[in-house]
Design a protein around this ligand. Structure first.
Ligand code: UT7
Length: 340
């Protein structure tokens, strides 16, 4: 019998600290009008005072477990590109803090496509019979990796976390995830990168730990090139997954693109032939929350009634790597715990 991973509960969480465009204008050579018109972002959240990615993950994960009505799962997977520490992975700590016992737990790193890659990985655990249920969390405190003095990157990224409980079920039931389309292009890895702190820098330069140049400490981003790649890859990948699912574009009720830039989302929707009102958007309040972006937008829309049981949902994401991925599902009738 074929089995699928089915969404059983969804929870999300945002740190309380709000950073408005006006706040950014007080320290950067920019304007509220530029940021909102070029990105669609009005405010974003940021951690402070020692709060970090795993704190957000525990909040979102606990809410997803409660929404699913379960107190245990077989595995925890955390997608993040802003880990608390390079070593160890954060998922074991999340499992421990949520009282889930000595279960399988690991992280995966796929930047803004982390939620789609993670869904695929967790679906694999379930369909291979390795786990019957998985808590999967996308969590980011990426603001800590952004140069506060860089006017191109500082407005874009926001912190947050979103989590789903996945259970073993039938491919025919609402909430069953898949098929997937996944892809990458490592030849363009340098377009979006944090160069400091890893083994390449440690082995090549002989720099001491106090000598990492500022530009290597923070994200570097070729914004225009990433913008163009994001539109092309999310469009191609969406078409590929729709073809695999046997869905036509007109059958898509809700388009859920990674929330990187409202202009990117509008372009992808337009190229796909999806009306703007079918797109789910939270970038104005959340910014680009990397692997947390998609569960946050799903949670907000489901809690607010924009996303309803039975809706056919197309999900697509693109990010550093370069990497991209898409999947589809029919939205299930589940409990949601959303901060928006
Ligand atoms: O998920 C993957 C993560 N990253 C992304 O998805 C980012 C994708 N890229 C983007 O969203 C856009 O490229 C940005 C929002 C980063 C930039 O928007 P843009 O329309 O591509 O602007 P641009 O880079 O072509 O720059 C246009 C102008 C430049 O000035 P000049 O050279 O024309 O005089 C920039 O220096 O805008 C300037 N600029 C700004 N001006 C005011 C760049 N950032 C700012 C700013 N405020 N914050």
């Amino acid at each position: 019998m074929t089995v699928s991973a089915v969404i059983a509960g969804l929870g999300a969480w945002l740190p309380p600290g709000v950073v408005t465009n006006n706040d950014l204008c007080s320290r950067l050579d920019t304007s509220e009008e530029w940021i909102e018109s070029r990105t669609g972002i009005v405010e974003r959240r940021a951690v402070s005072g020692g709060m970090a990615t795993l704190d957000l993950a525990v909040e979102a994960g606990g809410r997803a477990l409660k929404a699913a009505g379960v107190s245990g799962v077989d595995a925890v997977v955390v997608a993040t590109t802003s880990p608390d520490r390079i070593c160890p992975a954060g998922a074991p700590e999340v499992a421990s803090r949520l009282g889930l016992g000595p279960i399988a737990a690991y992280d995966l790193t796929s930047a803004c496509s982390g939620f789609v890659y993670g869904l695929a990985t967790c679906a694999g655990l379930i369909s291979a019979g390795i786990a019957k249920s998985v808590l999967f969390i996308g969590s980011e405190a990426f603001s800590t990796f952004i140069d506060p003095a860089n006017r191109t990157t500082a407005p874009i990224f926001g912190d947050g976390a979103g989590a789903v409980v996945l259970r073993c079920g039938s491919p025919e039931e609402p909430g069953a995830i898949g098929p997937f389309d996944l892809g990458s292009d490592g030849a363009q890895a340098d377009l979006l990168a944090i160069n400091g702190g890893g083994s390449r820098q440690r082995s090549a330069t002989g720099l001491g730990h106090g000598e990492v140049p500022t530009e290597d400490w923070y994200l570097s981003m070729a914004g225009r090139a990433i913008y163009q790649q994001a539109i092309a890859r999310m469009t191609e990948s969406s078409l590929a997954v729709l073809d695999r699912a046997g869905w036509s574009v007109t059958e898509v009720d809700r388009f859920v693109g990674h929330q990187a830039n409202i202009r990117i989302l509008n372009s992808v929707a337009q190229r796909l032939g999806i009306a703007p009102e079918r797109a789910l958007i939270n970038i104005d309040r959340v910014g680009n929350a990397l692997s947390a972006s998609i569960p946050l937008v799903l949670a907000g829309a489901a809690a607010g009634g924009e996303l309803r049981p039975g809706d056919r949902v197309l999900i697509t994401a693109f990010g550093a790597g370069l990497s991209w991925g898409s999947t589809v599902l029919v939205w299930p009738d589940i409990s949601i715990d959303s901060p928006l």
